[in-house]
Design a protein around this ligand. Structure first.
Ligand code: FES
Ligand code: FES
Length: 167
């Protein structure tokens, strides 16, 4: 009986078309991690408070624990796997030691990506605001904010979506 409720959703995940069978109640976080093997969105509070599950949906940050997979049908999803590992943002995070356990890092990188696409010269306050929904329990926010600020001032841009083979 349960299987009759299933439906197939199709979306662009990190520049690749993916189709997956889901229950109407399946949340995007669970589908990404358990059905599609994309593990960077992390399971945290599962109620929208911590930001560990952040992904980009059509370029905008969402908490994937609060989005039904069926709502993502036909849309474009980016996780941190879809961001160029050689991007300025990645380099800046490493250079500034902007993570320790790394649990919060994928969500923060995506929040920063959204911000820097809109405003590469964001002020400290704007950076703080952009990552205010991403909780970090171990690094402290100063190195994270510095890393995002420095990445924004780098000349090459954050190069999201340019990690396709050969680029
Ligand atoms: S796990 Fe989604 S906001 Fe905490
Ligand atoms: S680096 Fe551990 S929670 Fe942020």
């Amino acid at each position: 009986m349960k299987s009759t409720m299933k439906r197939t959703v199709t979306f662009i995940l990190n520049e690749e078309s993916r189709s997956v069978e889901v229950e109407p109640s399946d949340v995007l976080l669970e589908v990404l991690r358990e059905k599609l093997g994309v593990k960077s969105p992390k399971v945290g509070c599962e109620r929208g408070d911590c930001g560990a599950c952040t992904v980009l949906l059509d370029g905008k940050t969402v908490r994937s624990c609060l989005v039904l997979a069926i709502e993502a049908d036909g849309h474009r999803i980016t996780t941190v796997e879809g961001i160029d590992p050689k991007s300025d943002l990645h380099h800046a995070f490493i250079d500034h030691h902007a993570f320790q356990c790394g649990y919060c890092a994928p969500g923060i990188v995506l929040s920063a990506t959204e911000l820097l696409r809109k405003n590469r010269h964001a002020s400290r306050e704007q950076i703080q605001e952009a990552i205010s929904g991403n909780l970090c329990r171990c690094t402290g926010y100063a190195p994270i904010i510095s890393a995002i600020g420095v990445a924004g001032s780098m000349p090459c841009g954050e190069k999201a979506h340019s990690s396709k083979k050969g680029s």
